[in-house]
Design a protein. Structure first.
Length: 266
């Protein structure tokens, strides 16, 4: 009190410090909002390109954000990398690079958000793809990991028909596993992974109930599974649906052809 000037300067400094802190908070909050808005904009663009079948443009867009910390960006980048690998113009050498790249993005997506059903789904898909390059022992050894992540994806989002369909493929694959692969599986596990055509059928039907006619391959596999179960009538029903499915992609065309060939055999 003995020095009013010092007191005034102290009060002024305190006021400025408070204002500075308030300004910092406002700027920080604005930065977070802006960052969130930007991520949402990226995701909107990415989803539009994906639905439009613009595989290469989508990959080019998302690779600009490959250092992102956002799981939603990363799993989409994993999917885009994998889709580039699947293109007919991609060489075998490039395909392998894209497959491993996709796995890294999927792994990071899962690390960033373990509650993301899509991160679990794409991590499982990418592990399965990598198995094609690492031999049958690794592929079988990864089977339980793949199943675990598909099941987690379904648990997190029971309305995602694709995750359910992929679980059906897992079951179908192990139901028709050839004898020599079964021997390898018995060497690797005390209880090797197994499944049945009935179990696969249950998943394919469940996927169809969640989202009818969502995917031509689900229709085809319903037909093929009924063929395995010797039910020709229901096999023909689903194979005709697969054959008549509107072809939007190269895969749809391949499925139409396969379905038609199987129907000819019937």
């Amino acid at each position: 009190i003995g020095n009013p000037g010092t007191l005034k300067r102290g009060l002024l400094f305190s006021a400025l410090s408070y204002l500075g802190f308030e300004t910092y908070q406002v700027i920080s909050q604005a930065a977070v909002v802006h960052a969130t808005a930007k991520v949402e904009e990226i995701l909107e663009q990415a989803d539009y390109l994906y639905e439009s079948g613009e595989t290469e443009k989508l990959y080019q867009l998302l690779t600009q954000y490959k250092e992102s910390e956002d799981a939603e960006v990363l799993w989409r980048l994993a999917r885009a990398s994998r889709d580039i690998a699947q293109l007919s113009g991609t060489s075998e050498e490039e395909k392998k690079l894209f497959v491993y790249e996709a796995l890294e993005y999927a792994k990071r997506a899962l690390e960033k958000n373990e509650s993301s059903f899509a991160a679990h789904k794409w991590y499982a898909i990418c592990i399965s793809d990598v198995g094609d390059y690492e031999g049958i022992k690794v592929k079988i050894a990864n089977a339980y990991i793949i199943k675990e992540h598909f099941e987690k994806a379904i648990e997190l989002n029971p309305k995602d028909a694709t995750s359910i369909h992929l679980m059906g493929i897992w079951c179908y694959t192990f139901a028709e596993m050839p004898w020599y692969q079964r021997r390898i599986a018995k060497m690797l596990f005390a209880t090797p992974p197994t499944s049945t055509y009935e179990e696969a059928l249950g998943y394919f039907h469940r996927a169809e109930q969640v989202d009818p006619n969502f995917y031509s391959k689900n229709l085809l596999l319903l037909g093929k599974t009924y063929l395995k179960l010797k039910n020709k009538k229901l096999a023909a029903f689903w194979l005709m649906k697969a054959r008549d499915y509107p072809a939007h992609t190269e895969e749809d065309k391949q499925i139409q052809t396969e379905a038609a060939q199987l129907l000819t055999g019937l």
